[in-house]
Every structure is written in structure tokens, then in C-alpha cells.
Design a protein around this ligand. Sequence first.
Ligand code: HAM
Length: 439
Amino acid sequence: MDSQGLPGFRDLYPDEAALRSYILSVWRDVAERYGFEEYDGPPLEPLDLYTKKSGDEIVGQLYTFEDRGGRAVALRPEMTPTLARMVAARAQGLKKPIRWYSMPQLFRYERPQRGRLREHYQLNMDVIGEAGPLADAELIAAALDVMRAFGLGPRDVRVKISDRRVLRVLLIARGLEATQVDVALQHIDKSGRAPRDVLRDKLADALSISRDMADRVLAVGDVKGLDAMDAALTKGAKDANAGTDLHKCVAALTAMGLGEFVEVDFSIVRGLAYYTGIVFELFDAGGSLRAICGGGRYDGLLEALGSVNLPAVGFGMGDVVLAEILQTRAEPLVVRSRLDAFLVSVSSDDAPYVWGLAHRLRDLGLSVEFSLRTQPVAKQLKLAAAREAKHALIVGPDERQAEEVVVRHLATGEESRVGADEVLEPSFWTKQAEASPLL
Ligand code: HAM
């Protein structure tokens, strides 16, 4: 039997699983603070849910097969089409704007590399039914507040924002036909990942334009900042107001106190085909890792998948890059929950009493373990230490006789005899935690 798992799929040992749980709990916490409700969908979907609108890049990464009923199916590579289908199916009855979140596991057949695997968990937050740019700002703020909840500030992460409507207007002002814009956007999207001259040649060939023209087209992705955008829009653009929503969105983020995180950057296009307006990505400030989060406005997707015309905006944030950033931080994260008590039997006659005590302590909500075989006390205490238990509770014939328990703080070695009734009082454990908060 091959003892290795598949490439790009993770085995999570307890420390890694604890980090994942911590990430998911922070995601949930921030989403709930923003008043979002949780939803979920199936991990297996009809193939055409993705082939219709997600775009070639993600369709090329699908895990797809024919099920026993002859249906073409795919493991979900993203959540947005499922969300669009679910909302479209019940759009009438749902109070708008809809604010929903989900934390699905997703599957993409990508080349496994730093920050990109073949499965990942992704926080999705989406607002559906609001076309104004404050919805975009609210979602960018939520993504940034997730970063802040992990202790990451503007020195650690940045959000790069752009707008496909502005990109479209700028590209047409530089001489492209409307039908050529999508291909140009796909090439600008690759700006950071491929050398400029290679991209220029590919774009020139794809659109049958000159290399000079291709250079001018790719240069649209070099526009950075609102002032540069305004200046570019005044030069021959048909719609000089195309940047209004982006201005409003950035102003809202500044009013929320998040301005320091924000960079306007038109190299951000996003790989997915369905985006129609503001798009954004979060990166580590050093710029050495893949995107932490990506999202944007997709006003046409619900209509395409469910014939309901509702504007929508949202983002997806993966756990892979995030875990990498959190693991390299100076102060280690204490994410593993530790045992409150390890129960020790002095003799095998004490064991049934200890099992009963363990059960009652667990009923109180404490985390408790005891040895599953008869062992000398020293061995049991060794296991307690290896488990990083906060206390050992030791019970022998004398303690049982006196209806007492020996409570030992494992970090300090301090011991005291405590009445068995007292150990079963929640207030005893509150006092222990207060006396030595770091234990
Ligand atoms: P996406 O940019 O494809 O967008 O993915 C969003 C985030 O998911 C990425 O920034 C990254 O953190 C994570 N991610 C994506 N692929 C992988 C991978 N192979 N391994 C590890 N992490 C990955 C979407 O999926 C959109 N549906 C997001 C969205 C929601 N747009 C609107 N609402």
C-alpha cells in the first residue's frame, strides 16, 4: 500500500488541525460581527455550473467525472456559483440585501506550490441585492477586519483595489474594440506572474494587434492610485466618470479607519470571468506570497445562472497563505486547547473511582484524561506532563477514605489536598484559572 497521500492534499496533525480550527473560528467570529448568516451547499455540483460562467482558468482546474447516473459532475472549485444558484432559486422570499457567509472546502487541480494546494478551506462573504459601492467597501472592510482579528496590520497586509469598468474604459480609449477587452484583461491579470515581453507577444498574437499597441494595452495595468486613474480617464476616455464608485469605495474605507491598508492598483483584474466592477485582492505587505483573499462585484452572475437580476459582491479568503503568515509571526499562537486535568490512580483499586470522577468533571465542561491501563504513578504523571495538562488529580486509598483528592499544579509542582466535593464545584476551577492564568 502506498503510504503517501495525494499531492496537494494535506494530512493535518493535531497542531496543524488546531491552527485550522483557530482560523475557522476567527472567520466565523468576524462574519457574525458583520451580521452575516451562514449557509452551505453540496461539495459535488453539476459540471455546467462552472463551465457556464467561471472562466477557462478555473474550468481547466476542475476535478470532474461522470457519476454512476451518467451525469457530468465536478467537485466545487469555488463557492460563488453555488451561492448564486441558491439565492436565485429563492430570491423572492429573501430580504435584501442578503448577507451570507460560508467556509467550504474547495478542490482545484492546480500545480501544488507555496500557498496553492489542491484543496483548501475558504471563507466566503457575499452581499447580494445592493449595487452601491458601500457594499464593496463593507466587504473589503470585513476582509481587513479578519486580518486585524489575527493581529495583522497595514505593515503586514495590503488590499489592492481596482475596477473592471475603469479598465474597460481605459482599454477602449487606447484603441481596443469592446470584443477584445476580455482577452486584454486576461493578459493584464497575468502581469505579476509572467515577463512583460512574453505577455506582450502573446497579447499581440491573440488580438492580431501590433507589439506597440500590445505594450500600450498592458500599460493600463501600471496605473496606480486614484490620481493616476483620474488623469488616465481624462485622456480620451468615453466615460470620464467610470472611476466614481472606486472613489466612493476608497473614501468609505478611509472613513472606517482602514485607509492605511488600501492601494489602488490596476494590475488587479482577477482570474474569474464573472466580475463586472470593483475587484480586490489582499497580499502580504512584503509581496512574496500568493494572494490571501480575492473578490469583487459580479452583477451578472445570478441572472446567468438563475434568471434573477440581482447585483452581488463578495470575496473568498483561503486558509493556506493565511496559515503560512500566522506560523511565521514572532509571537507563537497558543491555539491548542490543553487538558485541565489528568487523573492519576495510585492503585488499580482506585481506578473505578477515578473513572467516575473523570466523568463528572467532563460533565462540568472540563477537559480530562486518565491512563487507559494500570500503570505506576510516575508513568501516569509522565503522560500527564506530555499532554501538557494543567493539573494532575491524584487519588489513592487514603484519599478515597478521606474523600479528598491531591491536586498538583504540573507547572509549579505545588500540591494541596482538596475535598472531593470541592473539586466538583465549578468555582474551584475558576479560582484555579484566576490564581495562575498562564498555567
Ligand atoms: P479566488 O481568487 O479564486 O476567488 O480564490 C480566493 C482565495 O482562495 C485566494 O485568494 C486564495 O486565498 C484562496 N485559494 C484559491 N485557490 C487556492 C488554492 N489552490 N490553494 C490554496 N488557496 C487557494 C474565488 O474563489 C471567488 N469565488 C471568490 C469570491 C467570492 N468572489 C466573490 N465572492
